[in-house]
Design a protein around this ligand. Sequence first.
Ligand code: FA5
Length: 350
Amino acid sequence: MSTLTDELIDVETRALEELGRVADVDALEQWRVTYQGRRHGRLPNLLERLPALPVEERREAGRQANRVRSALESAYTERRAALERAHVTQRLSAEAIDVTLPGRRAHSGGLHPTTRTLREIIEAFRPMGFRVVEGPEVEWDYYNFEALNIPADHPARDQWDTLWLDSEDDEGKRPLLLRTHTSPMQVRVMEAQQPPVRVLVPGRVFRHEATDASHESVFFQVEGLAVDRGVTFADLKGTLYTFARRMFGPDRRVRFRCDFFPFVEPGVDMAIDCFGCRGAGCRTCGQSGWLEIMGAGMVHPGVLKRVGYDPDIYTGFAFGMGPERIAMLRHGIDDIRHFYANDLGFLEQF
Ligand code: FA5
């Protein structure tokens, strides 16, 4: 028959052994109830038998009992601390940030291809002495048409149909409309100053238009105007050739053809060979092989007279170009409708 002392040592051995296998807080609690639980714990069960022992056996058993109790208590405390440490480490590693991962790049916006092109056009003309001015998108009929030799019944109004607005204060220049080109600024600039004039006018224009690969109904133009004594058609051609070389490079073909605009005399249109077909004809250029980028000409004497310039003293040239068409040529964009469709896939390429 084993003594209580033997049983105490036996319980201690098992308890410590089992404690070594305890892997989490739940199992630890289970262990505590099994060995130290007040009501049915193995150790308290043994201790209950102490008072009934004969005196000489009780002393030795009592000493062992105290030793085993404090051994189990300190083993328990140590194990609990170790489990808590492991738990914290585990949580930290689960929540850890891997600083070696490459970060996500912040998304930064960019300039719209039209804005970029406008700036490039301005930079191409700046060394030739042109300054930049802007004008109103809502314009009087007078500036958009009348002052440019396009009276109410003129057929040129058909090709420049637009939206009209009601207005109270008409100053005799009514009605109001969304400007169809930047040419009204020729008149406004000349009304406001005396020659020499050398301005560039970027801005948005509006037209009633059946849209296709090279036509939008809301688009941009850049107007140019140079007026002084002795300005000739050779100045016009030289200026625009210089521009074309700066913008498109020396090996691009440039075409001038006679064209009619009521506010110039003579008038031309300038085209660049189409990037898509190099002149053979395709959908982008409407099968013509050329992409028309601007209208131009010598300022009509009637327009000069209307703003108070003497056409016998002053002459000048003007031009109006489409920056979207220029961006199409520079970047190989096959449809002008991409520009304002707000498709990020398109816009992020610039
Ligand atoms: C004009 O608007 C004249 N004001 C240009 C001008 C100015 C002539 C000064 C003489 C002197 P036109 O309608 O051709 O002309 O347009 C000029 C340029 O704008 C065209 O060459 C083209 O590049 C661009 N453009 C015209 N219509 C559209 C359109 N619907 N969509 C995109 N670009 C267009």
